[in-house]
Design a protein around this ligand. Structure first.
Ligand SMILES: [Zn+2]
Length: 174
């Protein structure tokens, strides 16, 4: 009996070790893998608040993980006119293409359409006495902004996104 318990302990210890290692590997490569993702499988990135705090700047954490909003015209991407891809600043998932970016006059990067299905999750938001639709990253759940029904054609939607929630990858670096 004592022998069986001993073997069980060794096995549990070994399993615990290997799953920890696997999670570590996914975390380290998540940004790269997500950014180059083309198919429909969206990797699910889950991290503790402590992990996010160690990886994000204070402002990124406030917007991405606490659904904060940067002040209009203060971000570095609202007026970016270069061709390229806008990726999630939390996990690197490609979210918007520069072709769908338009001048909204709001001081936040605005797009009429995400790159593909599942990259953006929409969720009802009734905070601040308003009924709005919150927009989250489909991979890490990071807060991006809101979507409004007053955008240009072909969709008529305006994805109003925080600059700090996005990274920009210029076209020639893709
Ligand atoms: Zn993300």
């Amino acid at each position: 009996m004592r022998g069986i318990i001993f073997v069980w302990c060794i096995l549990s210890f070994a399993c615990g070790q290997s799953s920890q290692q696997a999670t570590g590997q996914i975390d380290r490569t998540a940004k790269k893998v997500s950014a180059s993702l083309v198919g429909d499988t969206i990797p699910q990135v889950e991290k503790s608040a402590k992990q996010w705090r160690s990886e994000l700047t204070e402002m990124e954490y406030y917007v991405l993980r606490e659904s904060g909003t940067e002040r209009a015209f203060t971000g570095d991407l609202w007026n970016n006119k270069k061709e390229g891809t806008y990726t999630c600043a939390g996990c690197g998932l490609a979210l918007f293409d520069s072709e769908t970016k338009f001048k909204s006059g709001t001081g936040w990067p605005s797009f009429y359409e995400p790159i593909g299905e599942g990259r953006i999750i929409e969720k009802e938001d009734i905070s601040h006495g308003m009924r709005r639709v919150e927009v989250l990253c489909g991979s890490c759940g990071g807060h991006q902004g809101h979507v409004f029904p007053d955008g240009p054609q072909p969709t008529g939607l305006r994805y109003c996104i925080n600059s700090v929630s996005l990274d920009f990858v210029p076209k020639n670096e893709n």
